[in-house]
Design a protein around this ligand. Sequence first.
Ligand code: FAD
Ligand code: A2P
Length: 341
Amino acid sequence: MATAAASQVAFSAPSDRAVSGSGIQVRQQSSKSKVSVAPLDLESAKEPPLNTYKPKGPYTATIVSVERAVGPNAPGETCHVVIDHGGNVPYWEGQSYGIIPPGENPKKPGNPQNVRLYSIASTRYGDSFDGKTASLCVRRAVYYDPETGKEDPSKNGVCSNFLCNSKPGDKIQMTGPSGKIMLLPETDPNATHIMIATGTGVAPYRGYLRRMFMEDVPNFRFGGLAWLFLGVANSDSLLYDEEFTSYLKQYPDNFRFDKALSREQKNKSGSKMYVQDKIEEYSDEIFKLLDGGAHIYFCGLKGMMPGIQDTLKKVAEQRGESWDQKLSQLKKNKQWHVEVY
Ligand code: FAD
Ligand code: A2P
């Protein structure tokens, strides 16, 4: 396969300013410059790669880095994990990798652990723009004893803790890539994409947004609207906030970003602010965009879907529409994309 190389790593944060005689001026040219990537063969493929590596014959990849992705006051820990696959496990944005943690399957002694899926949080070019890495956004699954309220490390999640505890150079067993539901439809570069996430559900959207706003990809010049709704506990739990904020500053006509901070903000009835409250707040615009063909994506906590469906149903009824009919139309038109876990 052809390898990609970044001919220019020139993405600069909007804070990159030049001081002129009259004060501070934003350097338009450099703040808008994108990273030009040498297109991978993947760009001309008609279909995404699928299950190149399976549980019986996994790929052995190498950890490049593991970094805490949240601030000190975030409840729990989420890590950004960069994996070197040497260009051998290519993928499209929105796909997932499987990870097989070391050790024996407790339910099937003598057998390896089951595969755990993780959404890929980078573009196909990876964070180093050379097509050889993939990044994951992993939240440590921890177990709190319901009676004592204390953490019981013996019951902590196996794979998420294995990944978050990994060190550069460690080897990991991988499968995939898998999944077609969350692929970014690219036939219309001017389309609208409404992205709803709770927590690590932001992973596929980080990939989409880097492809739209950070990389200069010859055959995908995004001119549409990307609107991200991100639900996390508090400001310290915001993921990839610097990247997203820089897109807001550079592409105000093409990117919108709304946050629901459940433990810092209240909704209009005084309860926790959840993504569905933000959806309700902007429901008129969202419904108009959907009527105009927008794609809507949901990724993250399974538990958010009933609340979101209730909100959308309520809004549809207020507008004199049938939500059931609208939903089946959205599904039929392939505008509705859900990956929750
Ligand atoms: P496991 O070891 O599988 O344990 C699962 C849970 O059970 C844990 O919460 C653990 O604390 C609890 N537990 C363990 N023992 C006991 C016990 N005796 N009694 C009660 N509870 C117990 N996750 C991410 O972080 N990021 C992603 O991007 C992501 N993407 C995903 C995409 C898809 C399509 C899917 C299906 C899932 C995704 N997940 C993602 C979830 C991920 O696959 C794992 O399910 C998650 O990391 C937990 O796996 P684990 O091995 O750490 O926990
Ligand atoms: P909270 O935990 O304050 O109830 P996590 O970090 O656990 O993945 O969660 C991400 C965000 O999703 C948190 O703000 C969490 O709020 C929120 N959340 C939890 N349950 C729901 C739900 N049913 N609907 C929408 N958001 C939810």
